[in-house]
Design a protein around this ligand. Structure first.
Ligand SMILES: [Zn+2]
Length: 156
């Protein structure tokens, strides 16, 4: 695991904790050479999880892609570092806990929106507005109206 700052190969673990699903360990590391601290996620290899998309195609669940989508929605929002990664891990854990090997993409979208809604309402709206299988545009409109009522002038 190379240091993101100096690419040094030696680091020591300064903190280590299991995430909710216990299949993932989050480690805080410190580079021996330059002292930069960075985070790694160590995961046990799990059974395949396949996503059934609305157009009928199937693809392997991609936790990193999900995390990237969540990160994008959370850009410049006041949430903790690693919030997107943690949410992606929790969503994957929830999916795996359901015990199915094939999951409809709408299920992941719903879980992602539920997580974002807990984290940050603006991120939730951003995600919902680009999420193609958002089933009920009226519901989205109501969310936006509610935000305006609560906050005055949210960012687009
Ligand atoms: Zn370093």
């Amino acid at each position: 695991m190379r240091c993101p700052s100096c690419e040094g190969r030696e680091s020591r673990v300064v903190d280590s904790r299991d995430l909710d699903d216990a299949a993932t360990v989050r480690r805080r590391r410190e580079c021996i050479a330059c002292g930069t601290r960075f985070t790694t996620y160590e995961r046990t290899e799990a059974a395949r999880l396949v996503i059934a998309k609305r157009d009928g195609t199937r693809q392997e669940f991609d936790r990193d892609k999900l995390a990237a989508g969540l990160r994008k929605a959370l850009t410049r929002r006041p949430v903790a570092d690693g919030a997107a990664e943690q949410a992606a891990d929790e969503i994957e854990a929830a999916l795996r806990a359901e015990g199915m090997t094939e999951v409809p993409s709408s299920r992941i979208g719903a879980l992602a929106m539920a997580k974002l809604r807990e984290l940050d309402q603006i991120a939730y709206i951003r995600f919902a507005s680009v999420y193609q299988s958002y089933e009920d545009l009226e519901a989205l409109k109501r969310e936006v109206d509610t935000l305006y009522d609560q906050r005055g002038h949210p960012e687009p």
